[in-house]
Design a protein around this ligand. Structure first.
Ligand SMILES: [Zn+2]
Length: 272
């Protein structure tokens, strides 16, 4: 039996190494979309049930409008780069919830939440596009799945096979691990921070997406500066998973011209 299980784990490991379309690099990823999307969609619906979703306001409309443009930009990028159908299982949703936390996230399959607490920092549609592009980039590059795979290895060892094969969503451990990997937890400090390499990758992809969507990527520099200035005794929740420092902001500045060049390939040369 033991042999049988390790065989299964091995198979899953082999078949689930996936290629990151943005970097061309092969990444460790135990869960395929088929396995992880049903869990993500169920967790998302549960989250919405437990929070107050704002609808019909100008702010809620902004989140939807920007989200749709970012999703469209992602589709155009994938189609133009030989990845037609990459997003076919995505079920995009963009919701604003009433919560003071300065936070936003995108779950696998395009399930996005913005908290009202982040709106004073984003200020405009362009500011929203910075955060949206960045969070969507984490989802598109499967950073959460990689974090979950890494956490599975570290914390759960032999349970990896069960998690990878089942992803039943009913196991409390699975759900907890999932929430940590995707940053959905409500308690600060519970979530795993994104690694520096995932952060710079999401910054680079996010800037391209927002630029292709027609939003000025220069705003990203200002937004993350505003975010990091909010520090103090209670730093914004998003900062616990997205550490922002001077190096990161300098890198963002350097990435702006490439993002604009990418947008020009799609005929987008003026930005709002
Ligand atoms: Zn990030």
């Amino acid at each position: 039996m033991r042999k049988f299980i390790s065989g299964l784990i091995f198979t899953v490991l082999v078949v689930s190494c996936s290629t990151n379309p943005f970097t061309g690099k092969s990444t460790l990823n135990f869960q395929s979309n088929d396995q992880i999307f049903p869990t993500a969609f169920a967790e998302y619906d549960q989250f919405l049930k437990e929070h107050k979703v704002i609808t019909g306001t100008a702010d809620a409309e902004s989140i939807k409008r920007v989200g749709q443009r970012i999703a469209k930009a992602a589709e155009r990028w994938f189609n133009a780069n030989g990845y037609e159908g990459y997003l076919k299982d995505y079920r995009w949703e963009y919701n604003l919830v009433q919560d003071e936390a300065v936070n936003a996230w995108c779950m696998p399959g395009g399930k996005i939440v913005f908290y009202t607490g982040i709106l004073p920092v984003t200020k405009t549609d362009t500011g929203i596009a910075v955060v949206m592009g960045h969070e969507v980039a984490h989802a598109l590059a499967n950073h959460g799945a990689q974090r979950m795979s890494a956490a599975t290895l570290q914390q759960y060892g032999a349970l990896a096979g069960n998690l990878a094969l089942g992803m039943s969503g009913s196991s409390a451990q699975t759900v907890e691990l999932f929430n940590q990997a995707y940053g959905i937890g409500s308690q600060v400090g519970v979530m795993l921070p994104f690694s520096r390499s995932h952060e710079s990758e999401a910054d680079a992809i996010g800037l391209r997406l927002m630029a292709i969507a027609g939003y000025n990527p220069e705003e990203a520099v200002k937004l993350w500066q505003r975010m990091s200035q909010m520090g103090g005794e209670a730093p914004p929740e998003i900062m616990s998973t997205h550490p922002s420092n001077e190096t990161r902001i300098q890198n963002l500045k350097q990435l702006v011209p490439a993002a604009k060049q990418e947008a020009a390939k799609f005929g987008v040369t003026s930005f709002e």
